[in-house]
Each structure stands twice: as C-alpha cells, then as structure tokens.
Design a binder for this molecule. Sequence first.
Ligand code: SF4
Ligand code: SF4
Length: 400
Amino acid sequence: MATPHHTHFLVKPVGPICNLDCKYCFYLDKRQLYPGKSEAPVDWRMDGALLESCIQQVAQTQPGELHFAWQGGEPTLAGLDFFRQVVRLQQRHCGGRPVFNGLQTNGLTLDDEWCQFLANHGFLVGLSVDGPADLHDCWRLDRGQRGSHQQVQRALVLLRKHGVEFNTLTVVHRQSVARALEIYEYLISEGSRVMQFLPLVEPGQPWSLEGPDWADFLCPIFDLWSQRDVGQVFVQLFEVALENWLGQPASLCFFRKQCGQAVALEHNGDLFSCDHFVEPAHQLGNLQTHQLQWMLASPQQKQFGRNKSERLPGQCQRCKVLFACHGECPKNRLLKDENGEPGLNFLCAGYLRFFGHIQAWMEAAVQKIRSQSNLGLPPLGDRLRSASAAAGFLARPADS
Ligand code: SF4
Ligand code: SF4
C-alpha cells in the first residue's frame, strides 16, 4: 500500500473486462464508457507505448518508492507477457528505486507459470474471496451463472505452493453479516494473514448491507482478533483505526481527511480522480495527451480531494469519532443527517457503534505504544501492518 504522501496508481490493463460476472460488481458497467468494442480482452489491452509512458511518468512524478496497483475488471486477462513487459519497463525506467506491484485478481487465470512469475518478481496479490463456498458463490458467479469458489480455492493452493505474498479482499454482503466469525476463521484457515473487508453498499439490492450490519459484522471479528490474533493477523480496518487513534495519516483513503491520492488509469490512458468515480465528470485527462504531473496537480483533482472534508454534513462535523471515520468514502454518502443535510454516510450507524466498541482497546494500545516509544523503541512505520505489529509486540511485553 502506498504511503500517505504517495499517489496510488490503479492501472486497468484491460479496462472493465472480466471473466466473471459478479452480481454486485460496480465496474463491469464501465464498458459503456467505451462503446463499439467487443468483449475480447485483446480489444481492450493497454498498448505497449502507453504502458511505457505510464511507467515513465509515474517514475518522473513520484518521489522515492513507486507503487503500481494492477486492477480491472480482471487484470490478468492482459496476459502474462503483458506483466513481463511491465517488469522490463520498470527495470528500464525506475532507476533502481524500490518498485511495489500489487495485483488484484479473482484468481481464475492463475496457474503455476503465473504464480512463479508473481513470486519471482515480488508481486503482492490481492485475492478476491468472500468466504466459504456458499457465501462466495452467492454473488461471485461466472458467465454461466455458476459459482467461482472452487477456482478461488485452487488459486489459494497455487499461491501458497509458490510462496506468493497475498492478502484477501472480502466483500461483505448482507448474507455475510451473521457469519462474520466463520468468514474470519475460514480466511485464516486458507492462509490469509492480511485481510481487507469491503462493505457492500447498494441500497435496494439484495446483496447490500444496511448501516447497522456493518457493526454486526466487524465487532465480533474485532473481539476475537484483539484477544487472540493481534500481531499475527492484519485486518486492514483495524490497522487503519489504530493509525487514526495514534494521529498518524491513515493508510486507507476511506479513513483519511481528504481524497485525491488514488487515481485510476483506464486501458486507453484516460485518468480519473478515483476508481470509484470513473465517469466523465471526474476525468482528469488522458495520459497520451496530458502530462501526468499536470493532471495530479490540477485544480480539479485538488478540489476532488478537498470535497471529502468540505462536504461533510453537520452531524459528521460534530461527531466524536470524526477523527477515525472522516465520513468514510463519498461514494457511500447517500443519507441525510439528523437536520436533513445531505451527505451522511449510509454506514454511519455501523461506524458509530464500531468505533465506540473499539475505543477502549485503541486507547490502551496507544498508551502502550507511546510509552514504549519513550523507551527508545524504533518509531512506527507508516505502512500497512506496522501499527498492529507494534501493538501486538507491545501487547506481549513478557515475550520481548
Ligand atoms: S460515524 Fe457517522 S456521523 Fe460520525 S463521522 Fe462517521 S459518518 Fe459521520
Ligand atoms: S472517493 Fe472513496 S475510494 Fe475514492 S479516494 Fe475518496 S475515499 Fe478513497
């Protein structure tokens, strides 16, 4: 994950094209932005010159280590040769600086050759898995409307076999809520030690959460994690909460004060303010005709970043957990607040309860971390895992 002062580049090598047909996917519809193309990935694959320009410009505009997140649709549909070219171009243009590649995948195309490549080049794989078979297969269906869990299970075996570093991305839908602990234990049993849980908000759809559901899901996992797994299992949401409690910049945009540090690059060079705002009103330009540096620094992108805090409704501005929540993602701000002002997050009821639930633990962790820092222990890093690794270490002083 990019450090807070970096821009996070989400690159879509085949745009919104995918080999699954997940019912809740928000990105498949982006095909409509590019009419006239077939469904074949080859019709969408980013061309070599654009890829080279992308890598060159990212290297020129970003300080220090470089982060690329390859996403889709399903990015592996660009083919392994595309990613071999990525690595060659990064070696050519990044001047020996540390380069981090993240690949978000549904796992269907992974085989031994892919996994060997990913391991050899240190890609961090984010595997989409929504839990045990029936929960995963609720909504993650293939084109024939069959579940895809078996194939994900196969991908997990391959990732482990080749020692590929991976984390899991679990979309939390309505059917998941009552089975939070089962999902958490399942992910651990499959070797996941870094977990991302993403709440599904699509009011009116049978898969969508309601606000309180989110706390019903998170609180039991937090309780088990805090009693048993701190420092061993890394749940992104808990890490980020601790960062905010510590007063550090949050490593996940949802819980940062401002947006604007995670841009999405479509297959043809179109650059958008954020992956969740890939729409004409939020297009910053095109990499083939505009300088990346100019687009990142544009007034439009700066304003997009500020909108997150400037458009908070009064209820959020007065909220005692604003420092941890920041009104979460603007895409989920679908409600009116207590005074009828628009912009309240759809999950507000869940966040209020969740942040209240973890408050005592967080405050105790902050105290421990601060007192240990005063003893001259190394400062906390700002990368994912650092915060809870420190808390886990400090939670067991007798072991140290
Ligand atoms: S918990 Fe609710 S009121 Fe508080 S900042 Fe978050 S969305 Fe706003
Ligand atoms: S709009 Fe949401 S996903 Fe995009 S940068 Fe802001 S918080 Fe992050």
